[in-house]
Design a protein around this ligand. Structure first.
Ligand code: TRP
Ligand code: ZN
Length: 875
């Protein structure tokens, strides 16, 4: 039965324009998993109904399973009744309604792709989004086919005491030969990508949540027994998420149990399978000794994200994968709002904007640029991108801003009222928002189909007592999209008088004054806004709260920027002003137009003013004191010069440290940590103290401070901050410190990931050699995505100066690694490609080296995943 066309022809491009509704629907599917030592036998019995007018039924199915049996209405089919291809099974003639039984055999222990059914840390688990279910059985593996699932799992009782699937638990019991079974029933029809099954030996943390309508839900977090002590924060986060979604969106949970399983081999962060989320351990396990404050925040954010998918994704799902942002953009928006409410809204916003700029802007400006709703793809896994997720969330956020919070909530209600239980499109979502608000979003929709980051320029013009803001927007061509149109975007601005007081000069033109500032609605390429009677010396605060995902250019002077850093009440605009102030100077230095030793007085005055601890939110203060990242600076250059950027930034850092050594040290000393807790103020204090340490690390005697910071730490936030600086330093006993850290934490995978990461990010000249050496370390595992990314992604994405080493050694390292990972796990290999695709941004020498690396990789590629991205990158 394995006589299939064996040719491994490259996959065909799939287009949104070709969408056809499914020819069959499936009412129920009964799945039986028989887990043996080496194989898993899967029996799937589904009830089909014809919806279109095709005679034959074509099911999706991948090349790694073997078909054992097909029966239609209980009658076994002979080989001439169907055709088996590499990626499908076609049954030639089927009646209008019928039951189909398909038996497949899988080898989960050989599955290193971590997609479909696989084995991780002694446990079986599944990952079906986007198209993993087709590696479990032959099926209509598309999101617009929703069925009710009944699952039975049979396995050895001693080895796999825990048997889980979606929905609510049913019967369980013992079987002959030391085996047992468990049944699960999910009452909510769902697409195959939301199916999950887990079998293993796992500990369990149990708690509960009582919904607003009084239903008690059992909450379980399953993890390795030894890790259970690190699950409390995830549990509390889950409870907070459930409460928040009730309070903010009126959405309650809809099953009796909510199960989460933590696994250590996982391609992404987590997966929202109905009632059975599967998580990367990285986003579940957290303890003060092993997790940083940022890790705790990420746990809360990802727990929230997957929980919020229960409505935005699961109850209302996507019609096709082009609509991915329908669930992801919206759910990211929801998790961002949740985290804002749980932590500090101001700091959360600038963290999110920083992520957007670091990851999404480069994507949008490079060969992999695509719209929030892509129009074509070869491998859908390549479209789980920052554009779909993070820019998608910005698009939702703009709608929220344009129609207002109340109308947005009514729009959400209407969306669920109309589409609960359906598979829909981004268009359906926008329609609900329009109908609930009465606001016309016709022009706004362009954000879904037009790729590229718009540039927004704001210039001022005096006209008597009036001040005119002249806005201009423009988007550069992206691959396949030459012509760009102006977008509809909200631009929030404010005015400060010469004393720093907020003023509200009357606006003539389209826009309204709100509590946060004046909301302008830009729709044309050029638009002018006249503000009446603006006093002399008044300064505009532009693009407050980053109300649109654009790159902003303006005519504010260094003095005005310094003024905004000091006085603006919008935290984002304040931080942005600081970023521009530092960034403008660094760019001038890189261009040879300024000397990094001559720090402008605006910068030095602002910096020393900030060090008087004048900002109440110390997390914000930490960010105001932090120089823009090398990536952020590079984005403002036509031709990227990584080593010059690095040198200028280091020199400014050292210069500021020297000029302010006393203030830095005394503020640092005054922040002596009390007893550890996770209160906002404590986290903010650690953030500030570690930001100061970065400056202090440039001063004489730094070695002792760094060592004391490390040795005195009672938490991972402080420990890893010091270790990262040590790893980049010339400290004499650097190696010994790293070695001691390894010895102390070698039993803890997530901590050892950090140990690899700080070395991958080490800016020391020997970084490339060091990364190569670490790839030979016994603890390095190419097949484990967390471990791989901890070393290789930190190197290629964050270590700009060393990745772009002039001899091309960084590029070769990455290309060779991708080629090796491609044979093990194409999805994860593909996620490493992007940095090599940025060659157009580099000088000629590096362009050649990067293209050579890509071509070398092209010659070795086996998967469609990596091929699609390499081909696009070469252009
Ligand atoms: N839908 C998941 C989320 O955003 C992420 C996801 C997509 C995923 N594809 C995956 C996770 C593959 C693991 C593997 O929450
Ligand atoms: Zn998601």
């Amino acid at each position: 039965m394995d006589a299939r066309a064996s040719a491994n022809a490259p996959k065909q491009e799939i287009r949104l324009a070709d969408y056809q509704p499914p020819a069959f629907s499936i009412e129920t599917i009964d799945l039986v998993f028989r887990l043996e030592d080496e194989v898993a036998v899967v029996e799937a019995t589904s009830n089909f109904k014809r919806e279109g007018d095709v005679r034959s039924l074509t099911l999706d199915g991948g090349p790694y399973m073997s078909l054992k049996r097909v029966a239609l209405n209980g009658v076994e089919l002979g080989g001439n009744a169907y055709t088996l291809n590499r990626e499908s099974l076609s049954i030639h003639e089927v009646p209008d309604a019928f039951t189909l039984t398909v038996v497949t055999e899988l080898r989960p222990k050989e599955n290193t792709r971590l997609e479909g059914l696989y084995f991780s840390g002694g446990n079986y688990c599944t990952q079906c989004e986007a198209e993993g279910f087709r590696h479990i059985t032959y099926y209509l593996d598309r999101p617009d086919v929703l069925a009710r699932y009944n699952v039975r799992i049979e396995a050895d009782k001693a080895k796999f005491p825990v048997l889980l699937s979606n929905g609510n638990p049913g019967a369980m019991g013992d079987l002959a030969g030391g085996r047992h079974f468990a049944e699960w029933h999910d009452p909510h029809p769902k697409p195959a990508y939301l199916f999950a099954m887990v079998a293993g030996k796992l500990g369990c943390l149990t708690d509960s949540f009582t919904t607003a309508s009084g239903k008690e839900v059992t909450l379980n977090i399953y993890a390795a027994e030894a890790d259970l002590a690190k699950c409390d924060y995830a549990m509390a986060s889950l409870q907070r998420s459930m409460k928040w979604d009730e309070e903010v969106f009126g959405l309650e949970y809809d099953l009796d149990v909510y199960n989460i399983v933590a696994v250590s081999d996982f391609n992404m962060g987590a997966m929202e399978n109905k009632g059975l989320n599967v998580f990367n351990t990285k986003y579940v396990l957290a303890s003060p000794a092993t997790a940083t404050d940022a890790d705790f925040d990420h746990v809360e954010g990802v727990i929230g994200h997957e929980y919020f998918h229960n409505w935005t994704g699961n109850r209302v799902t996507c019609r096709d994968w082009f609509q991915l942002s329908l669930k992801e953009g919206l759910t990211v928006f929801r998790d961002q709002e949740f985290s804002s409410d749980m932590t500090s809204r101001a700091v959360k916003r600038l963290d999110d904007v920083r992520t957007l700029r670091m990851i999404q802007f480069p994507e949008d400006g490079g060969p992999l640029a695509h719209p929030v709703r892509p129009e074509k793809y070869i491998e859908i896994n390549n479209f789980y991108t920052a554009t779909v997720y993070n820019k998608g969330a910005e698009v939702i956020r703009m709608m929220h801003r344009l129609i207002g919070a109340d109308a947005f909530r009514r729009g959400m209600d209407l969306y669920f009222e109309r589409h609960d239980g359906q598979a829909v499109t981004c268009e359906d979502f926008v329609c609900a928002m329009e109908d609930a608000s009465g606001v016309d979003l016709k022009h706004f929709r362009l954000w879904y189909s037009q790729a590229g980051t718009p540039s927004l320029t704001i210039k001022r013009e005096r006209d008597g007592t009036d001040l005119i803001l002249k806005l201009e927007q423009q988007t550069k061509a992206t691959p396949g999209q030459g012509e760009k149109k102006p977008l509809h975007m909200p631009v929030l601005v404010g005015w400060l008088d010469a004393d720093g007081n907020e003023i509200q000069p009357a606006l003539e033109g389209e826009g309204v004054w709100t509590e946060d500032g004046c909301l302008l609605e830009l729709t044309a390429a050029h638009q002018a806004y006249r503000f009446r009677d603006v006093p002399d010396g008044a300064v505009p605060s532009l693009l407050r709260a980053f109300t649109a995902p654009v790159s902003l250019d303006h005519d504010l002077s260094p003095t005005e920027l310094a003024f905004l850093v000091k006085h603006d009440r919008d935290a984002f605009a304040r931080w942005e002003a600081a970023q521009y102030m530092y960034g403008d100077f660094l760019l001038a230095c890189v261009a040879g137009k300024a000397n990094v030793k001559d720090v402008p007085s605006e910068i030095s005055t602002t910096f020393s003013h900030l060090l008087k601890d004048t900002v109440t939110d110390r997390a914000l203060l930490a960010e105001l004191l932090t120089l823009p990242s090398e990536i952020a600076i590079g984005q403002r250059m036509d031709v990227l010069e990584p080593s010059k950027i690095f040198d200028a930034r280091e020199a400014l850092l050292a210069g500021l440290a020297k000029a302010n050594s006393e203030a830095l040290t005394s503020l640092y000393m005054s922040l002596k940590p009390g007893s550890y807790d996770l209160k906002q103020e404590s986290k903010a204090q650690r953030r500030l103290r570690n930001a100061l340490l970065r400056y202090i690390s440039q001063l004489p005697g730094a070695d002792d401070v760094l060592r004391a910071h490390l040795d005195g730490a009672d938490n991972m936030t402080d420990r890893i901050a010091a270790l990262a600086m040590i790893a980049s330093s010339d400290m004499a006993d650097r190696e010994a410190v790293l070695e001691a850290f390894y010895t102390e934490w070698q039993h803890d995978d997530l901590v050892i990931d950090k140990w690899f990461a700080v070395q991958g990010q080490s800016t020391r000249k020997d970084a490339v050699a060091r990364v190569l050496e670490l790839m030979q370390h016994p603890a390095f595992k190419l097949a484990n995505p967390n471990r791989l990314r901890s070393l290789v992604t930190s190197f290629s994405m964050l270590n700009q100066a060393r990745f772009h080493e002039a001899d091309g050694s960084g590029y070769r390292l990455l290309a060779d690694t991708i080629a090796r990972v491609d044979k093990i796990n194409p999805q994860t290999a593909a996620r490493l490609v992007a940095p090599l695709g940025r060659w157009r941004r580099m000088g000629e020498d590096r362009q050649v080296l990067m293209k050579t690396a890509l071509e070398r990789l092209r010659a070795q590629v086996e998967s469609d995943d990596v091929r699609e991205l390499v081909d696009k990158s070469l252009g």
